[in-house]
Design a protein around this ligand. Sequence first.
Ligand SMILES: C[S@@+](CC[C@H](N)C(=O)[O-])C[C@H]1O[C@@H](n2cnc3c(N)ncnc32)[C@H](O)[C@@H]1O
Length: 293
Amino acid sequence: MSSVFTPLRYPGGKSSLAPLLSAVIKTNGLEGSVYAEPFAGGAGAGIKLLYAGVVSKIALNDADPRILDFWLAVIGQPNKFLDRIANTPVTVNEWYKKKAIWKNPKQYNLLERGFATFFLNRVNRSGILEGNPIGGLNQDGPYLIDARFNRKNLIKRIKRMSEWRSLISFSGLDAIDFLSAVSAQPKPPFLYLDPPYVAKGRSLYLNAYQHEHHEKLCNWLKSQDRLSWVLTYDDHPSIHKLYSWCRVERMNIRYSAQVKRQAVELLITPRRLYLPEDKPKPLRYAASAFVAV
Ligand SMILES: C[S@@+](CC[C@H](N)C(=O)[O-])C[C@H]1O[C@@H](n2cnc3c(N)ncnc32)[C@H](O)[C@@H]1O
């Protein structure tokens, strides 16, 4: 798990994805490009590519206002955010307080809302914001609410993120609006798209995608003939059908200890993009943002 804000869908992190994207970027001579992610969530892969100096900037976007709040709070007020990680009790009582923020978000400031997203993501089962805490409300499960709240580690990760913050932007647009804006740049970015699941999306995310949205995204990508992009999806018949004009490969995703199984995910790319032949190598992070720019 290396994203500071655990990807909602992959509690254990898609550990092999960033090296794979790095290899795709290098194979196609796109090193140093801007990287853009319209369905960013915790942007697990993008942030690693930035730290490794593979891309020069990351432009992130997510339509969920709670996720936007998290990123804006971290990027805009990192020290106050770090202070909250260091000093907030990780208890069920605190969990109720953070839940209350989401019932009436307008009554709270950006830092409070952003930290509440982070807190709930870290302490809830599988990171699902709407869910219950690890160990349950009675804390009688095998793991307890603080199982994934390692303060020292989280502080280290948020500190690193804050050092790179001048190279990170975040917006809260609908994916297609974001895609239209970034692709109109003179030098379009490399795109990684990780839309909500077709099968489970409705229960996992706010603004869940319906079939018409998946179809619209597909048509938008089809209409672009100069963009370099990688798309991941759940292995669903409707996606095979929609993307029959692309290269569609199955890849194994390693889930966390909480969900002990291998899952298959689709890796979809336009046929004009070259795929690396060798197994992707692990990424090495640059010491600081100043090395990479
Ligand atoms: C599979 S998750 C992305 C996980 C991400 N790759 C990560 O590492 O955390 C899909 C994301 O799409 C967002 N989303 C749903 N509908 C959207 C829309 N219409 N436009 C942009 N983002 C949307 C959800 O809020 C969710 O965070």
